[in-house]
Design a protein. Structure first.
Length: 343
């Protein structure tokens, strides 16, 4: 088997990549650990996979592949072994063959294709000795229309960004934190500003409408950061349509509601708020916004305190939830939040 050191593993990876390019069949090194929830190459059952052992001197390179609808008979196996050995011989003995250096973008792309978990990604980072990340924000930019100039504009805006990964019509980048943003409040303010800054720049210079997603500050967990901002796109699609983007610390209740089917949310809204007229809905909204203060709510609504008390009693009678008590206010607040954020 290929020894489990960085140099040998890199050569085996390169062999798998080149053999995939030559045959159109996806190969990976057999000793590589897959994601715990992904036991196959392309979502096929484990029974579809074939093993190809390439013997070169004292070395045995074991590759795993899925032949798909084709037959992997003895002749096919011999052809693949001959091709693999020829490629491997070139990687071992030829000084003219230069292995393509590993980059963050290349590793991220492989992680996306093979559906790695964060543990697998972290192990590969160590294997390929990738470095250069400091504290920063993972940022995903979704463009309504993709043009190549988007890359150039963002490279000029963030010349120190160590990662800029193109996923048309999206682009993932890693924006290092400025030394001045040491505190949590300053970091969040900087992250919120990124959304408006990127959106405005692409709109003004290229006429491209972009939605920007900013994850929590990370250092080396860049794959976890990408998975987080990708999840933010789904939250935005369900609960924040119409906004310029979304930062991870601004999702609020949305993260709890993500796994809730839309029809369940609509039933919840109708069950609690369905019989309230506009006047009572506006009263409830203001009352909760004013932290359940009768005096502040009456002043904001330009009504007498007794009128407000009457309306609150009606809301309690109709919904079965008293907005002046914490348990009732929680139910009413969630229903209002869903009503405001559901598409």
């Amino acid at each position: 088997m290929v020894q489990n050191d960085g140099n040998q593993l890199v050569k085996a990876q390169e062999l798998a990549r080149r053999l995939s390019d030559a045959t159109g069949v996806y190969f990976r090194v057999g000793s590589e650990r897959q994601s715990t929830d992904d036991s196959s190459l392309d979502g096929q059952g484990p029974g579809q996979l074939r093993t190809l052992e390439v013997s070169v001197g004292d070395e045995i390179v074991e590759l795993v592949y899925d032949p798909g609808s084709g037959e992997a008979g003895p002749f096919t196996t011999r052809v693949l072994k001959a091709l693999a050995r020829e490629i491997f011989d070139g990687l071992i003995v030829s000084d003219r063959v230069q292995l393509e250096p590993w980059t963050w973008e290349k590793l991220l792309n492989m992680a996306l294709v093979e559906k790695w978990d964060t543990g697998t990604f972290a192990a590969r980072v160590g294997t390929y000795q990738l470095k250069g990340l400091s504290l920063g924000f993972p940022v995903l930019v979704h463009c309504s229309t993709w043009i190549p100039e988007v890359v150039e504009v963002l490279e000029n805006l963030f010349p120190q960004a160590p990662v800029l990964w193109v996923l048309k019509p999206d682009l993932f980048l890693y924006v290092p934190l400025d030394r001045n943003e040491d505190g949590l409040v300053e970091q969040k303010a900087f992250g919120n500003a990124l959304i408006e800054q990127i959106h405005s720049l692409l709109a003004d210079e290229l006429g491209v409408l972009a939605t920007v997603f900013v994850g929590q500050v990370i250092e080396e967990d860049i794959w976890a950061g990408f998975l987080e901002v990708r999840k933010l796109t789904e939250l935005h699609r369900r609960f924040f349509i119409g906004t310029l983007g979304l930062a991870a610390w601004n999702v609020g209740l949305a993260v709890l509601m993500l796994e809730t089917r839309s029809i369940v949310g609509q039933d919840y809204i109708r069950g609690i708020l369905g019989h309230l007229n506009k006047e009572l809905l506006d009263t409830l909204r203001v009352f909760l916004e004013k932290d359940m203060s009768v005096a502040d709510s009456a002043r904001a609504l330009y009504i007498h305190r007794n009128t407000l008390t009457y309306r609150l009693d009606r809301i309690t009678e109709i919904t079965g939830h008293n907005p002046r008590r914490l348990t009732g206010a929680v139910h009413l607040y969630i229903a209002l939040w869903l009503s405001n954020h559901s598409n």
